[in-house]
Write a protein that binds this ligand. Structure first.
Ligand code: HEM
Length: 218
């Protein structure tokens, strides 16, 4: 019978991992804030295409889209590289983490797995989305609606939206637990906040997609 795999825990010998953790926190928090702002800006189409066009026009006139867009892309990639340190890519690691999750039967371990799985989807679809939008400026409600109505973009948004919202809600909860603002005493409250966040953001996102799907693109 083969020997069971050994997982040796080694104490870090430099401050590198602490810096990487800190940067991971900062990039994660910055992306969380961006995603909430992005959700509200895109949802402005619910107030009418003219409102979305006016907001997009303002952001473009101030250069925020042209400059901020690539910066968000960079932030997104840095965050991916930093978090990839923790993702079990090797089969042996995947088997170990799966066994641990089944053994522990702890909600937070399953949440972590859901966050890793959603991260991989968000990485691929998110990059495709950002590239297409930024390569086709200016942003207008009509152009966005045409894109959302075109297959396979409809499918992309229907998959990307729940994956992003799941990732963001779990990310918010895990940031709170890890950095102490959701203490063990406040854990039930943290779980409720996470669920509420998921439901509200998903509802706003779905309504936005529905509006794009029904908007005339003539
Ligand atoms: C680089 C900055 C970004 C810009 C300028 C941008 C812009 C837009 C625009 C204009 C739309 C409307 C649909 C369309 O035109 O295709 C949209 C929708 C959407 N975007 Fe982005 N986006 C950016 C980054 C991201 C990122 C990083 C994500 C997540 C990984 C994301 C996720 C979504 C989702 C899920 C929708 C669907 C609409 C919703 O339900 O909110 N976007 N975005």
């Amino acid at each position: 019978m083969p020997n069971p795999p050994q997982y040796a825990l080694q104490a870090p010998t430099t401050t590198g991992p602490a810096w990487a953790d800190w940067l991971q926190l900062c990039t994660g928090a910055a992306l969380l804030l961006f995603m909430w702002a992005h959700m509200l800006l895109v949802a402005s189409v619910l107030l009418g295409p003219a409102t979305m066009n006016a907001l997009a026009g303002l952001l473009e006139a101030t250069g925020l889209v042209q400059l901020g867009g690539p910066c968000i892309g960079l932030l997104f990639l840095v965050h991916c590289v930093l978090t990839a340190r923790r993702i079990p890519f090797r089969q042996l690691e995947q088997r170990a983490i799966w066994e641990h999750a089944r053994l522990l039967k702890h909600r937070d371990t399953w949440l972590w797995l859901a966050q890793v799985a959603s991260a991989l989807v968000v990485l691929v679809l998110g990059v495709a989305h950002m590239w297409t939008v930024l390569a086709d400026l200016p942003i207008t409600a009509a152009k966005s609606a045409a894109r959302v109505q075109r297959w396979p973009w409809t499918l992309l948004y229907l998959v990307l939206l729940p994956m992003v919202e799941l990732h963001v809600a779990i990310g918010f909860y895990r940031l709170g637990v890890k950095w102490g603002f959701i203490s063990s005493r406040r854990r039930p409250l943290g779980v409720k906040a996470e669920k509420l966040l998921l439901v509200v953001c998903l509802a706003i996102g779905l309504l936005t997609l529905l509006r794009f799907l029904t908007l005339s693109v003539e």
